[in-house]
Design a protein around this ligand. Structure first.
Ligand code: F6P
Length: 342
């Protein structure tokens, strides 16, 4: 049997660990052959492939990024995209496709599998941890670790100058990275996209923190918005690739803080540092288990399914179920950390 593998969407630490586990088990236990597709859905769409065998996956477990490359190409948005994928897979005699990706990549896999007879198995990935149906996605733990270390470092420089330091972390639609790293790093304010924030309230927390002779740290998710946030909202724009670019809420907030509290404020935007580099031990463990279970799903012909973590078990759920709704931060969970604000 020949199996295709692709990685789509934003890259994420642990992608190579998944690929390695799929290939190692697939070749050694089941005698499968593999074809790697380049740059997500662009690969099967344009028949762009990468050699994928045991030598190709040697030594890649601790490496960030993806040996297959990635893109946000969506074949459903191209006129004859589905037909081209079907033809290219048939020409290469590929009988199953493992798609490793987030909401968009897996959304395509669900449609191809459920409506167009392309046998797909999904593996969830995103540093944002906002995919439903799985307790965690790999990449998230690494991103939280990097953000936490950055916040630890910001504390000492903030204290030395008695400044406010705003740390902007990733998370367009969900505040999981902000919540976890902010809590782990002892931030004094955490702002998430799920709940619009009141700038006056943020400034009141900051002022009270200074009164206690501490320099405040504010962790803000890139998708967080102020209640009166038209200025920030209007800056949201699409780049020349059609991707949404957020305006830099961290910079905006630091200016507001300076204006309203009279205290000096600086912003650090962590950006893609959270996505690059070697995966944490937890992410290697999770990614490897996802890979092993994904190739078992192929073996059993259980298509249209995605592997997911529930507690410590790896289960299978319909891909369509996992992509129907984003997993956002529960207001109760956010309220729980509010005790540390100010
Ligand atoms: O992977 C998800 C994510 O990290 C978001 O939090 C972020 O907004 C986005 O990717 C940025 O991706 P890119 O710069 O690749 O478009």
């Amino acid at each position: 049997m020949r199996v295709g593998v692709l990685t789509g969407g934003g890259d994420c630490p642990g992608l190579n660990a998944v690929i390695r586990a799929i290939v190692r088990k697939g070749v050694q236990e089941y005698g499968y052959d593999f074809t790697g597709f380049r740059d997500g859905w662009r690969g099967p769409l344009e028949d762009a492939t990468v050699r994928l065998d045991i030598p190709a996956v040697r030594g890649i477990l601790p490496r960030g990024g993806t040996i297959l490359g990635s893109s946000r190409t969506n074949p459903l948005k191209q006129e004859d995209g589905i037909r081209r994928i079907q033809e290219n897979l048939a020409a290469r005699e590929i009988e199953a496709l493992v798609a490793i990706g987030g909401e968009d990549t897996l959304g395509v896999a669900a449609q191809l599998s459920d409506r167009h007879g392309v046998p797909c198995v999904g593996v969830p990935k995103t540093i944002d941890n906002d995919l439903s149906a799985t307790d965690y996605t790999f990449g998230f733990d690494t991103a939280v670790g990097i953000a936490t270390e950055a916040i630890d470092r910001l504390h000492t420089t903030a204290e030395s100058h008695m400044r406010v330091l705003v740390c902007e972390v990733m998370g367009r639609h969900a505040g999981w990275i902000a919540l976890h790293s902010g809590l782990a790093g002892g931030a004094n304010v955490i702002l998430i996209p799920e709940q619009r924030f009141d700038v006056d309230q943020v400034c009141a927390w900051i002022t009270s923190r200074f009164k206690a002779s501490y320099a405040p740290i504010v962790v803000v998710a890139e998708g967080a918005m102020p209640k009166d946030g038209d200025a920030v909202l209007k800056d949201e724009s699409l780049d020349s690739f059609g991707h949404v670019r957020l305006s830099g809420v961290g910079e905006w907030l630091a200016k507001q803080i300076e204006k309203r509290t009279g205290k000096e404020a600086r912003t650090t935007v962590l950006g893609h540092i959270q996505r690059g580099g070697t995966p944490s031990a937890f992410d290697r463990w999770l990614a490897t288990r996802f890979g092993l279970h994904a190739i078992d799903a192929v073996r059993e012909g259980d298509f249209g399914k995605m592997v997911a973590l529930r507690g410590t078990d790896i289960v299978r759920v319909p891909i369509a179920e996992a992509t129907a709704k984003l997993k956002t931060v529960d207001p109760k969970l956010y309220e729980e950390v509010g005790v540390f604000f100010g």
